[in-house]
Design a protein. Structure first.
Length: 155
């Protein structure tokens, strides 16, 4: 994997293999941190009540350590570009049941990968906030007009 992203920013990754949780459970937590800054992602993981959050936090800290040690980047200035959990090998166990039968127990594992990228120097403002300001002015100008007929009716 190349250290440069498509726009020329440095990219770093860390991976934890054979994490003893199902990939589905890991993906639920990874969806919360994808696209966020590293300090924000650490805060989210610290207050997530799922057990896999501690494993994901270890991977995130490892990726930040890789960025600081190998590339000389500041850990607080990184974004979580990608975070995903792939299926790992499945441990197959058997549970005895009544009348000589057996049920299969699948103990799933996953490989957790976190990819960090440098933040752009100037983040573009969101379009929603820029469009929301003129609408508030229209609402403010229309409110007194609605109040005027009520005043005339009362007099």
């Amino acid at each position: 994997m190349s250290n440069l992203a498509a726009d020329g920013r440095q990219r770093v990754r860390a991976q934890a293999k054979w994490v003893r949780t199902s990939p589905r459970k890991a993906r639920l937590v990874l969806d919360h941190i994808r696209g966020r800054s590293v300090p924000e992602a650490r805060t989210i993981l610290a207050f997530t009540s799922r057990a896999v959050a501690t494993d994901i936090d270890k991977v995130l800290r490892s990726a930040v350590a890789n960025a600081e040690a190998n590339l000389g980047l500041d850990g607080d200035e990184l974004l979580v570009e990608a975070a995903y959990a792939d299926d790992g090998p499945m441990l197959k166990r058997w549970k005895p049941r009544a009348r000589g039968r057996v049920n299969r127990i699948r103990k799933r594992t996953c490989h957790v990968t976190v990819v960090l990228v440098e933040q752009p120097e100037e983040r573009a403002p969101r379009r929603r906030r820029a469009q929301a300001a003129p609408r508030r002015d229209k609402v403010a100008t229309s409110a007194p007009q609605a109040a005027e007929p009520a005043e005339k009716g009362e007099s």
